[in-house]
Ligand binder design. Sequence first.
Ligand code: ADP
Ligand code: MG
Length: 877
Amino acid sequence: MKSAKAKTVRKPVIKKGSQTNLKDPVGVYCRVRPLSFPDQECCVEVINSTTLQLHTPEGYRLNRNGDYKETQYSFKRVFGTHTTQKELFDVVANPLVDDLIHGKNGLLFTYGVTGSGKTYTMTGSPGSGGLLPRCLNMIFNSIGSFQAKRYVFKSNDRNSMEIQCEVDALLERQKREALPIPKTPSSKRQADPEFADMINVQEFCKAEEVDEDSVYGVFVSYIEIYNNYIYDLLEEVQFDPIKPKLPQSKTLREDKNHNMYVAGCTEVEVKSTEEAFEVFWRGQKKRRIANTHLNRESSRSHSVFSIKLVQAPLDADGDNVLQEKEQITISQLSLVDLAGSERTNRTKAEGNRLREAGNINQSLMTLRTCMEVLRENQTYGTNKMVPYRDSKLTHLFKNYFDGEGKVRMIVCVNPKAEDYEESLQVMRFAEVTQEVEVARPVDKVICGLTPGRRYRNLPRGGPVGDEPLVPEVILQSFPPLPPCKLLDINDEETLPKLADTLEKRHHLRQLMTEDLNKKCLAFKALLKEFDNSLSNKENYVQEKLNEKEKLISGQKLEIERLEKKNKTLEYKIEILEKTTTIYEEDKRNLQQELESQTQKLQRQFSDKRRLEARLQGMVTETSMKWQKECERRVAATQLEMQNKLWVKDEKLKQLKAIVTEPKPEKPERPSRERDREKIIPRSVSPSPLPLSSNNIAQISNGQQLMSQPQLHRRSNSCSSISVASCISEWEQKLSPFSTPVNVTSLARHRQQEPGQSKTCIVSDRRRGMCWTEGREMVPTFSSEIGVEEDHCRRGDVYKTRGGGQSVQFTDIETLKQELPTGSRKRRSSTLAPAQPDGTESEWTDVETRCSVAVEMRAGSQLGPGYQHHAQPKRKKP
Ligand code: ADP
Ligand code: MG
């Protein structure tokens, strides 16, 4: 027995560059069935052909305290209550059947609560066949005349097909028909008017572009999944009325192409719509019986009716099926009527039935989960494992969702208000499912043989047309044979006529043979010519081919070169990009540095400006100071010169007096006492200003000083007389130049070596004003209460040429006396010791004070009341 195994192409080999990336979303349609009674409350409204709206029914709102809501749901298409089975089929199932005929798989399932019209949609009702009979009808309408003989295709238990030659198929047919069990489908069909009505589909539907050079075989299987067990509804079991056998559940297996299938499931080859539907009906009946026997609720089981279409191409002659298993294509359309999606409590099931119902619901739950995971994976690019294996239902259809074919779902809705909550759940599931995408199945590989093989050897009247064949035309051109019956022995006409006709025919034949030979020769010549031209063409084509090949190789080289160049350029670009980044970094750094430097420069510039301004100010100040200084010096010099002049004059006068006048008498003590009396109030005065401006300057001359030997230790020089008087006079002379000078201390000059200048100290008790170097009046005002200041000017005394003396002030000393108690008197502990009775020495004269000043100048220690501020206020130019 010659047989070949067919390769199942349910999982087609996906070639690179094919439509692998194309994906289609799961097509979700919605069908709203009419209300059972017109006065029922309705919660569903069809807005348009793609949108449906759910209203919260009044009863639900009252019971659940729920708000009134109107939620819209969109579908690929919404079919309203008046939609006919034909309309639904044309939109939903027709493309699936078309795909099936073109070698692609499909899955169609109905989903909804019990009573929503799933079975009505899938199977239909008498007089109004559902999608299933219509699919079968379309399949057989399309492939009817191209069907293979029964048993040419043989299903095996590995989910693939075997193919056998027609003789083997015939033998098997005879063998099977001899068996007593199978009844002719037609006889059964006639006995069941219910389904006869269903398949009496008036509307003719046929797939376009059916491959006529193939032969087809249709196999159907029908299973039920109940309580997560799979039952074969087409299994032939001998019914034992005494001990009815429980149906055996089936297992799922994976074939070599990783397609899931029900192991050992009966696949019945069917040759017509009626036969196929009869098989379905058989299964349906069995299902009903089992449900009754096992006390099951039919709405809780899923039923799967599968139509498997096997196609194999005809051989080159178009006579027989090509015995090449690689050329066999199997496609499958699964029609699934799912169990009611309602939750368990709604059916008020109990005990076993509740558990079973739970399991069935579990299948639907798993289906929902699978959809959700698939959607999540596709939307967010995650790679979560889809829990197909959690239920038989999802496991069986795993391949469809992994891209093995189109998936379509019809969501059935009963618009009655009682179903509102369940309908909501259904809508949500539908929404999720709509977003799942499955890979678009690849197109079936077309047979490599030339098309049109089927009609090649058909006799006259075949599909080629009614035109006569060539031998018949030739025969018609032959002279007809005369009647060749010899009725009379003397008949001499018939035979000669026959001979004549035969001769003519022979002649004609010869002519025709000659013609044929000629034509043959001509044809051979033509053939030769054609061959030649062909070879020429071949050569030409070869040449061209070579040229093109050269061109291609050249282009390949060029491409290689360009690719290399491209690589190099890419590399360069990369390097340049890197360099650019580095440079940009550098640029940024430099810019930052530049900014900081600019800021620094600006700071420096502003500093410079400030400094300039300051310097400018200082310059102006200094120049002004110098200008003043100059003026002052000029004035001082003028004064000095005047002084000198005056001194000279005075000396001259004195000399004159010395020369001309007798020596004056020594001053008497009482006058001195008077002088002292004048001084005493000053010395006992607690005021920091003991000498008022009214006090007349007491200038003791040299004689006076000399009469007090214990007090002026170093005043025995005669020159001091003249100096002191000089000074007093000079000071008095100065009075018109400045404010009156109150000289309280007497300058003492030291005995010096001849030729050396003598130091003269003049103390100015006029507050706030002093002379420094005899050049300018410097205000040294002290505002502190209880502070008394003496300013002593130091000067050098020179002997003038004229015999006189000149004083040149060189320094100023400030004697400050702090009187913390306010009653302390100025005294010098060393120079004016206190009286034995504790009182201060009454005698305080100018001379003493002057000596104090001199001693201070010499750096001697003063009494506690004195502070020595010997700060020479010389101004350096
Ligand atoms: P399900 O299979 O979802 O439980 P059925 O298909 O058995 O529901 O439908 C229940 C009843 O409703 C049946 O009597 C059926 O004839 C009726 N029915 C359902 N859908 C329609 C429809 N679109 N038009 C008319 N009758 C329908
Ligand atoms: Mg049903």
